[in-house]
Design a protein around this ligand. Structure first.
Ligand code: UT7
Length: 309
């Protein structure tokens, strides 16, 4: 069965930066509180899901050095589509000049890993070259008077081109999970703002990330000691710290960008993964663990064997 290999990637963040100091002029909070409780220092706000997706995808396509016409499928993970109908992937497909199947995936902050695993399935049944994007514009559904959520959420995008390989490819193990009975902990009605029971989400997040990561590693036949880099969902440094501590992965082997990005949901794992790759932190053969959680309550993880393009 064919596998997949990432041959190019790109990221995009809106130009407008909102610092913790900016937030403290808008609501009863402080740089000190946000830094200590979340690890976030600033976040990027603005743009649409389509515009950020097009920006990150263009960079991924340029890095891969491919003709966009050769892409035969587009999977866009987003919780914040620009419109209810059509899927935002249709807009992105058109703006990039692609002529291929295109669809959105919504698994909240676990979405990019879901999209990547789905892409792997498409490659296994004959697709040759896929564009996988994770983008969210959470600032559009954030209540800017709610200090329990406004300090966390932000906008961004990460994309990659994944090519079919004759061998099993990069993905060694994966796990997708959800528990819809917990949907009340984190939700937004159509046209409404995000509501969140932060404490309860925090408590469960650590447990489900650890559980999902262990399942993926077991499927890959690997242990945490094999993991060169863990790329967790960038929600809160304390959640990352607790999950990694529980797994036995030191923070030095973890990719973290949330001080700069805040929680960008679908974009958070690709932003952290491709930042690490851009910084030269990944060598051929390195084992990478992606692990996320989100509303729904979804969890997803994937174990990859890194191959530099
Ligand atoms: O993609 C998944 C998305 N969701 C998450 O990952 C959220 C997970 N949860 C969290 O990250 C944390 O629960 C929060 C960052 C949301 C809150 O941190 P916490 O340590 O759980 O704080 P808390 O809600 O227990 O509040 C502690 C105190 C309270 O004051 P009192 O009752 O002790 O006087 C809050 O009213 O901090 C107060 N507080 C704040 N103070 C300043 C709550 N939010 C703020 C704030 N600035 N923004």
């Amino acid at each position: 069965m064919a596998g997949g290999r990432i041959i190019g990637w790109g990221t995009a963040l809106p130009e407008k930066v909102l610092t913790n100091a900016d937030l403290s002029t808008m609501m009863d909070t402080s740089d000190e509180w946000i830094t200590e409780r979340t690890g976030i220092k600033r976040r990027h706000i603005g743009g649409s899901t389509a515009s950020l997706s097009v920006a990150s995808a263009r960079r991924a396509i340029a890095m891969a050095g491919i003709d966009p016409a050769s892409i035969d499928g587009l999977v866009l993970s987003t919780t914040t589509p620009d419109r209810t109908v059509p899927a935002t992937s249709a807009t992105v497909q058109n703006e990039l000049g692609l002529r291929c199947g295109a669809f959105d995936v919504n698994a909240a902050c676990s979405g990019f890993v879901y999209a990547y695993v789905i892409a792997q399935g498409l490659l296994a049944i004959g697709a040759k070259r896929l564009l996988v994007i994770g983008t969210d514009t959470l600032s559009r559904i954030t209540d800017w008077s709610d200090r329990g959520t406004a300090i966390l959420f932000a906008d961004g995008s990460g994309a990659c081109v994944v090519d079919a390989t004759p061998d099993a490819g990069q993905l060694l193990g994966w796990d997708l999970d959800a528990d819809g009975s917990l949907e009340h902990l984190l939700y937004a009605e159509v046209g409404g703002y995000i509501h969140m029971d932060g404490k309860e989400v925090f408590r469960r997040a650590v447990r489900i990330m650890v559980d999902s990561a262990k399942k993926s590693l077991a499927k890959a036949g690997l242990s945490v000691d094999d993991v060169k880099l863990c790329v967790p969902h960038q929600a809160n440094l304390r959640i990352i710290d607790a999950a990694c501590r529980n797994l036995g992965i030191p923070l030095e082997r973890t990719a973290i960008v949330l001080h700069e990005t805040g929680n960008t949901s679908s974009a958070s794992i690709p932003l952290a993964l491709f930042d690490a790759a851009d910084r030269g932190r990944l060598q051929n053969g390195d084992i990478v663990l992606l692990v996320g959680f989100g509303a729904g309550m979804t969890a997803a993880s994937a174990v990859l064997e890194w191959r530099n393009p």
